[in-house]
Design a protein around this ligand. Sequence first.
Ligand code: NAP
Length: 285
Amino acid sequence: MAVLIDGKATSAKIRGGLAEKTIEFKKKYGYAPGLAVVIVGDDPASKIYVRNKKKACDEIGYNSFEYALPAETTEAELLSLIDKLNKDKAVHGILVQSPVPSHIDEKKIQAAILPQKDVDAFHPVNVGKIMIGDYDFVPCTPAGITELLDEYGIETCGKSCTVIGRSNIVGKPMAMLMLHKNSTVTICHSKTPDVGAVTRNADIVIAAVGKAGFLTGDMIKDGAVVIDVGMNRDAAGKLCGDADFASCEKKASYITPVPGGVGPMTITMLMKNTLKAAELLAEGE
Ligand code: NAP
């Protein structure tokens, strides 16, 4: 039976630490860290994420600035808002909630955010910094996973790690972080002919596929660590991960449940990045 990696408890512990550091920050600089969240359109899931981000800011003691723009907002209007937020001294982190409507070029938006305020770490400068191992910000989901590995004392040095998925927000940065943590890293994707043949050799398997029950127990070795990033709905509409929990749990040494594993860490890492951005900007003044 695998040890369950508790993302909720780890997240609560980190948020407690951030709240304490925020009190110190306010004493030292006389203002609170500020996060601006921009949402364009009315995607229901995005609205929930934005609400949860505001809640986390309130809980920790940050200022939060929400910009809810109509779906017809033009790219130029959004770029103009980002320019304003880049210059706003009360704003230390800027996040544009994904997805944006299709008439807006998301890459252009990501590149317009000042790298020092890019708390999602999607700006090409920050992506490049992760590549060379000299970074201030890491995308929130991979950052949360490394925190969980550290919290549970899971050895990564010299271990083999397979990441399934190569998206810019999870798979690729995750693979780079595991490389920086001295794992031997393999990335699988939709063109990998036999994913199981690769994952069966891995000490750590990180599944970021977006397919319910994709990783089954026969695809992992005994004692593997299974990190499940997936957030899918099963036939009954219940939230589930990329791993088939029942079969993986029997063989794994550690496993993240869905819900309650990786998910709760993501917004917490956004909060951590926001405080870091505020500290770096304050020190630079
Ligand atoms: P994505 O952009 O759709 O990427 C999915 C990746 O899986 C792609 O690289 C794709 O390969 C690969 N893939 C698809 N089918 C495959 C197959 N049969 N075999 C091997 N690889 C396959 O998704 P994402 O944004 O990375 O998200 C992945 C999952 O994590 C989703 O369920 C998402 O909801 C969840 N997620 C959770 C959090 C959280 O906070 N917990 C945050 C972000 C995402 P190709 O590149 O070849 O197409």
